[in-house]
Write a protein that binds this ligand. Structure first.
Ligand SMILES: [Zn+2]
Length: 148
């Protein structure tokens, strides 16, 4: 059960990673980083982040139904539905652009000691920056992070 799991990832670490990630996206967009430099920095950031967390703090699913089941364990159906709708819009755009897609969640300890889950959509293989932007902006309602 996800609700019984005690992740080693904290919300603070996750936020730090996401803000470093977003800085890379912005630097690439304004031309401060080339696509290659961006890809290299992102790889380094990801490996630093992965070394920080327990492998069980990330759950990855090949199908949207896996994400749906995981979220259903810990939140009410209407909130699950809104997450699923949102992630599917990222996923469908990625598929349309020719990528295979995984869905997943980061599980972390929130700032007030509660369990926090952050759903994500992941494209497999190398994705070019333009496609990344299209996939990120695909949902009708953008999350705080999608807007960057
Ligand atoms: Zn999103």
């Amino acid at each position: 059960m996800i609700s019984d799991y005690r992740p080693s990832l904290t919300e603070e670490e996750y936020d730090r990673y996401m803000s470093a990630f977003n800085q890379l996206v912005v630097s690439r967009r304004i031309g401060e980083l080339s696509e290659n430099e961006y890809a290299m920095r992102l790889e380094r950031l990801d490996s630093e982040f992965q070394s920080l967390i327990d492998f069980q703090d990330i759950m990855v699913f090949g199908q949207i139904s896996g994400l749906q089941e995981a979220l259903t364990e810990i939140m009410p159906p209407e909130i699950v539905d809104s997450y699923i709708t949102h992630e599917l819009q990222h996923g469908n755009k990625a598929r349309e652009l020719g990528y295979a897609v995984n869905y997943g969640i980061f599980i972390m300890i929130g700032n007030s000691g509660n369990l926090v889950v952050a759903p994500f959509t992941q494209t497999l293989g190398k994705s070019c920056a333009t496609d990344f932007d299209k996939i990120r902006r695909a949902p009708g309602v953008l999350s705080r992070l999608d807007k960057i």
